[in-house]
Design a protein around this ligand. Sequence first.
Ligand code: FES
Length: 363
Amino acid sequence: MNAPANLAAPIALIAELTHRCPLSCGYCSNPLELERASAELDTATWSRVFAEAADMGVLHLHLTGGEPMSRRDLPLLIRAASGAGLYTNLITSGVTLDDNALAKLVEAGVDHVQLSFQDSLAGSADRIGGYRGGHARKLAAAARIVASGLPLTANFVVHRGNLDRIADILALGEDLGASRIEIAHVQYHGWAMLNRAALMPTLAQLEAATAAVTAARARLAGRVVIDYVVPDYFAARPKACMGGWGQRIINVSPTGLAMPCHAAASLPDLVFPSVRERSLTEIWTGSNVFAMFRAPAFAPESCRGCERLEIDWGGCRCQAHALTGDAARADPACALSPDHGLVVAALAEARADEVVPRRMAVS
Ligand code: FES
């Protein structure tokens, strides 16, 4: 399958440096089958991948995991990426980001830090993350980041178990001195899909949260940017996931598998190319798995002719597979999808259980 002649380079590389993490959130974005630490890409290979990304026109590098701070060579990786000309965003839980660690990252050239929080209440946050004392460590890390002069994004993953505290969460983000607050509703892939019934908010919670965000945006306008998107299951139309399959993002797993999104490993029977064997450019322009759902050649059958096709490209391939068993179908989050009843049924099944009934294994 040939790439379209006008295919642009991805704007961002998401580097999942490791699946290791000291936290054990029930909505973790790691795949259900974690890649082993012993099989992770080494420093030289990641550095070569960063150089290839910069050469092909990638601007942003998101260093994530798992917990990227688990990589002892993180300063070396940041130095390599920064030297290649990439803007480096470190996405971390912050629980190990002490003075010494931050100084090394600053010296290596990190440009931005995104710090994740589980709640505004310490007890609840520690319980959700499965890490006692984690919230206090995160607060300290945020203060260090701001004092260093680095821009900070405070990321709050929200769900049924913490959404009632949205006003406190927003206030915490402001108190931290974050330049950006991200209110990220759980996305139902992998571990979150397993725990969906307990994590799904109610409509009343969602409406109250949306109102609180709207008020905070007005209050903080010009000072703090607030990112917030209504979760898929409550939206009438799906999102153009990752900006469209194989259109804007390239994701590399800890062992070097290149994918169009972090959840693509959940799609069966796909063999993803490895950056150990092929360059990033070869993968982007020549890989069949990147091309197979790439618009405009691909469109879900029921989306053809829809006026929104070039807005959302039929939604998320991984969500379509998770809900219908077929990644080529329209995302059932769309009210026009023939499978939308699956989303309606999932909302009806949501129950008021305690959050995080199932934890991922810490490795
Ligand atoms: Fe894979 Fe949406 S998460 S396409």
